[in-house]
Design a protein around this ligand. Structure first.
Ligand SMILES: *Cc1c(COP(=O)(O)O)cnc(C)c1O
Length: 366
């Protein structure tokens, strides 16, 4: 079978044929036609969060982590202090990159099965006035927990500290409104819930915040102030743009609009998630999280109770039936993950559950 496998992962994701076809053309980085696509994408991304008045959109080449790192290096002063609200692997990654950027990073630790607690944040900020920025991961893709963005943003506004949001796996699917949720920077990428292909991150930055960031980044290629200034002046990317990724994202965003925007996408992912949970339950597979804290993005399951179970064999048996699972990312217990996102619907999820059932049978009989 040479049909593409269905990706049940947190990215790269299954994309539509239309999105893939948009990449069958070469574009010049100086060309007005390509620059118009970049401008359209930048405006469209701001519009999704109603952020056109308050924020600018700075795209950056690379995977999503590049943009988180760039946001920290561009926004946080060298003597700043970043508090990471840590309930999982992507939070730990954010704390590590902050330290590597030479900024002081502290972590407020929470259980990976629970959302971060805005009251604990409030207490921390009261006790330690040196904190200049809070870093929140909106949906912690490690376990799949949804974190309370609005409450955290409200606490940050009250204490007048900057908020940097990693909204990588929530942007486009979960509701975020820049008019009512105050953040300095929010980071996401092309290849997650917008259903583009990977290769481009982007950061929404509050206008007056960016204005004060000149010369702050110690990196040339990841300086979002310079990236923005150059793009405003010339309409072009500062260095070679990921042209095919940008046009694929423009095409994916047109389909996002046609589907009905964020609310329609959330509705489809929610149905995917519910179909998955019901199907897996029938197979005797248990989710790791309490349904109340589960984001409809990616679901962590306890490993099947099979003698001699290992993920690689399980993965291979499901892969042979056309679906790609994702390994677990929890430190203490054996789990695996199944994504609900990408250009897939209930039918694909139902087929995936069927494939997982057949794979379990095969492992049992071997
Ligand atoms: C996917 C993701 C990232 C970025 O990961 P990359 O591998 O660099 O694209 C960052 N944070 C979260 C929460 C994510 O889900």
């Amino acid at each position: 079978m040479d049909r593409d496998k269905i990706l049940l992962t947190p990215g790269p994701l299954t994309t539509t044929l239309r999105t893939k076809l948009a990449m069958l053309k070469d574009w010049g980085s100086w060309d007005a036609e390509f620059n118009a696509v970049t401008a359209r994408v930048r405006h469209g991304l701001l519009d999704i969060l109603h952020a056109g008045e308050s924020h600018v959109l700075v795209p950056l080449q690379g995977s999503g982590t590049f943009s988180v790192e760039a946001a920290v290096a561009t926004l946080v002063p060298h003597d700043g202090h970043v508090l990471v609200l840590d309930n999982g692997a992507y939070c730990k990654r954010a704390a590590r990159l902050t330290t590597l950027m030479g900024r002081w990073a502290s972590s407020l630790l929470f259980d990976e099965s629970q959302p971060v607690d805005p009251q604990a944040l409030e207490q921390f900020l009261r006790d330690d006035p040196s904190v200049t920025h809070v870093l929140l991961v909106h949906c912690e893709t490690g376990a799949g927990v949804l974190n309370p963005l609005q409450e955290v943003a409200d606490v940050c506004a009250r204490f007048q500290v900057g908020l940097i949001v990693d909204a990588m796996s929530s942007f486009g699917a979960l509701p975020i409104d820049a008019r009512s949720t105050r953040f300095d920077a929010l980071v996401a990428a092309s290849g997650k819930c917008l259903e583009g292909v990977p290769g481009m991150g982007f950061v929404l930055i509050r206008k007056e915040v960016l204005a004060a960031c000149e010369g702050r980044s110690q990196s040339l290629s990841m300086d979002l102030f310079d990236q923005h200034a150059y793009m405003e002046k010339t309409g072009q990317w500062r260095f070679t743009p990921p042209t095919h990724v940008v046009v694929a994202l423009a095409e994916a965003m047109a389909q996002f609009e046609q589907e009905g925007g964020q609310s329609a996408r959330l509705a489809r992912y929610t149905r995917n998630c519910e179909t998955l949970l019901a199907g897996m339950q029938a197979l005797g597979l248990k989710p790791f999280l309490d349904p109340a804290v589960q984001a409809p993005i990616i679901v962590t399951f306890h490993a099947p109770m099979l003698p001699g179970y290992d993920f690689k064999t399980f993965y291979a048996a499901v892969r042979a039936r056309g679906f790609l699972l994702y390994p677990g990312k929890l430190t203490q217990i054996e789990t695996f993950r199944v994504g609900c996102i990408g250009a897939i619907g209930e039918n694909e999820i139902t087929q995936a559950v069927h494939a997982i059932g057949l794979a379990l049978q095969e492992l049992k009989n071997s």
